[in-house]
Design a protein around this ligand. Structure first.
Ligand SMILES: Cc1cc2nc3c(=O)[nH]c(=O)nc-3n(C[C@H](O)[C@H](O)[C@H](O)COP(=O)(O)O)c2cc1C
Length: 199
């Protein structure tokens, strides 16, 4: 699908038909969205993918009972990873495997450590969560590209999600992206005029 068409046809789906997305399509989606850019290429996110009905049901009260949660095929819980130094360890290992010079990796690593040292915990959370929203945008559009419907969702209780999903402390549920096959009717795109957003 052309990108313009994806932008026009993707919409915030309110109800899915419960059909399951084939596993290879999920894998394809992951292959696409893992290319998402991030600050210093730290990729400070981790996605919890939930496809079993029991867990989705448990998450309903923590999601203001929004129907997308229990009717989607797969619920993607996009988490910010605030443990930047562990992310750094991982990315420097991958850089090495990709033939990046040791001196470059060392300089990069020292710089990131300085950046992290200068930030308060809340600043790191804010910074990593901003990156997660870039991942969200790509996930919505990649899903449509693969013929899937989705809904960006902030209407949930992150602390409850952490408890129900037993998430480690470094992973902060930030935004949800249920995906599947729509069972509602797309609504008309309502957007501000160009002059309201460009100056
Ligand atoms: C960050 C974010 C959070 C949102 N949270 C919810 C939500 O919790 N529930 C919901 O039904 N829609 C949610 N929406 C959908 C928006 O209402 C929708 O994207 C907007 O009205 C534009 O409509 P469209 O996506 O169909 O073009 C959210 C959208 C974004 C980008």
């Amino acid at each position: 699908m052309e990108f313009e068409q994806i932008m026009k046809e993707r919409y915030a789906t309110k109800l899915f038909d419960k059909r399951k997305i084939p596993e290879e399509k999920i894998q394809k989606l992951i292959d696409i969205i893992r290319l998402t850019p991030s600050s210093y290429n730290l990729q400070p996110w981790k996605i919890k993918i939930i496809s079993d009905d029991e867990t989705k049901k448990k998450l309903m009260p923590a999601s203001f009972n929004q129907k997308q949660i229990e009717t989607c095929s797969h619920l993607l819980v996009l988490c910010a990873d605030i443990d930047i130094l562990t992310r750094l360890e991982k990315i420097t290992k991958v850089m090495k495997e990709n033939g990046i010079e040791d001196s470059k990796i060392k300089a990069y690593s020292s710089m990131i450590k300085e950046v992290v040292k200068s930030m308060k915990k809340e600043e790191i959370l804010n910074w990593t969560q901003k990156q997660v929203y870039i991942l969200l945008a790509n996930t919505l559009n990649a899903a449509k590209h693969l013929g899937l419907d989705s809904c960006p969702m902030e209407g949930f209780e992150p602390k409850e999600y952490s408890k129900i999903l037993n998430l480690p402390k470094n992973l902060i549920p930030t935004v949800l992206c249920p995906i599947g096959y729509a069972a509602d009717t797309p609504r008309k795109k309502i957007r501000l005029e160009k002059e309201d957003i460009i100056f």
